[in-house]
Design a binder for this molecule. Structure first.
Ligand code: PLP
Length: 373
């Protein structure tokens, strides 16, 4: 889809964030799934490679294959696994992308399909309390025995995922997850001593590095956002710098006289003389249709409120204050919907207005990266 909005990435900030995360002294397997949370997985992988990082986690195997084809030479783990697709399995072996195997169906499928002599790298997942993907701890002995009988499957790493590592009052649960993980790892490591152990995501790495395993999987923090925002541990994510910036052009600037209304449903009626502008971004571009009344954009270095209802490809902003100050922008001027000078509109702000999390904000708006007008 064509879109008028412009998405820019600040890769200096990305590199800064990676270095900040490296301070914990762990090997990193940065998570670049879902096209690097909207930022572009290929470019992110190239940046990581340039920083000497030799593990990445993608979402699908195909995403992993694309990263491999782009020249990334380290280990690639596809977090969504094989999905019982023989084509995917061919990709996994051909491009050396390790599928995350998380249940017996997947393990048997991989073993039955992988009839060649050359070993195939895989990653394994144990469920320690996320209740999502993973073998139960009680299956670890049989998984280990199965792998011993199928030497063509070569386990690179054991993974699990924390569910509440960002919540201080849930530390007991997090510690229990780490304990289950370490028991699973002990069992597998008896036969596979070189297997890496990967537990912590951003919150794990920042709050529980000592129990996060030797291979950590930060995602959100790479892109400059702090999953600990609003908790008593917010400080631990200090210093991260946002990578994504999204702007859209002003299409129209005009007065709205007292009593006149704006857009569908006449959702805004001018109480007095106003100056308004229509910006070329709407819900088709991932800009949510029902934001809270506090929602702002940034133009001419100033935060301005969104007015009325967001349309499919247009949204209205209130330019009255800028007009009064003699700094009225003109059609064609850029309006920041995310970022702007001094990060005027952060993904955290938008997440608050949209009643969601920064992860969803960058995934939604980042898609416009692919839609250059
Ligand atoms: C998305 C994801 C991560 C990264 O989590 P962040 O909170 O973004 O750091 C790590 N591991 C798994 C399995 C994931 O799905």
């Amino acid at each position: 889809m064509e879109s008028l909005c412009r998405v820019r990435m600040n890769w200096d900030n990305f590199r800064h964030n990676v270095r900040l995360l490296q301070r914990e002294g762990k090997t990193l397997m940065p998570v670049i799934k879902a096209d690097a949370y909207g930022h572009g997985a290929i470019r992110a992988a190239a940046e990581l490679s340039g920083l000497g990082i030799d593990w990445v986690a993608t979402g699908t195997l195909q995403e992993g294959a694309a990263v491999r084809e782009s020249g990334f030479q380290g280990c690639i783990v596809a977090l969504l696994g094989l999905n019982f697709d023989t084509g995917a399995l061919r990709v996994a072996r051909g491009k050396n992308v390790a599928p995350l195997i998380h249940n017996w169906e997947g393990l048997r499928f991989a073993a039955s399909q992988n009839t060649e002599d050359a070993p195939m790298n895989i990653a394994l997942k144990v469920d320690t309390g996320m209740g999502r993907l993973g073998f139960p701890l009680s299956d670890m002995e049989t998984v280990s025995a199965f792998l011993t009988e199928h030497p063509t499957l070569s386990p690179l790493a054991l993974l699990s995922h924390f569910s509440v590592a960002d919540e201080p009052e849930e530390d007991a649960y997090t510690r229990r997850q780490a304990e289950i993980f370490s028991r699973a790892a002990d069992i597998l490591r008896r036969r596979f001593p070189d297997m890496r152990c990967s537990l912590g995501h951003t919150a794990g790495l920042l709050c529980h590095a000592e129990i996060s395993g030797d291979l950590c999987r930060p995602g959100l923090s790479l892109y400059g956002y702090n999953p600990l925002f609003g908790t008593t541990r917010e400080e631990k994510g200090r210093g991260l710098l946002p990578v994504m910036e999204v702007s859209a052009p002003l299409l129209s600037v005009h007065p709205l006289h007292a009593g006149e209304s704006l857009g569908y449903g006449r959702a805004y009626i001018a109480p007095d003389e106003r100056m308004v502008g229509w910006v070329g971004i709407g819900y088709a571009d991932g800009y949510r249709r029902s934001p809270s009344p506090q929602t702002c954009m940034c133009v001419n270095g100033e935060r301005v409120p969104v007015l009325g209802r967001v349309a499919m490809q247009m949204t209205c902003i209130d330019l009255t204050a800028l007009s009064t100050a003699g700094r009225l922008p003109a059609p064609g001027d850029d309006v920041y919907v995310l970022g702007g000078p001094g990060n005027a509109v952060s993904a955290q702000d938008l997440a608050g207005w949209w009643n969601t999390i920064p992860y969803e904000v960058t995934c939604l708006l980042g898609k416009n990266r692919l839609n250059r007008p």
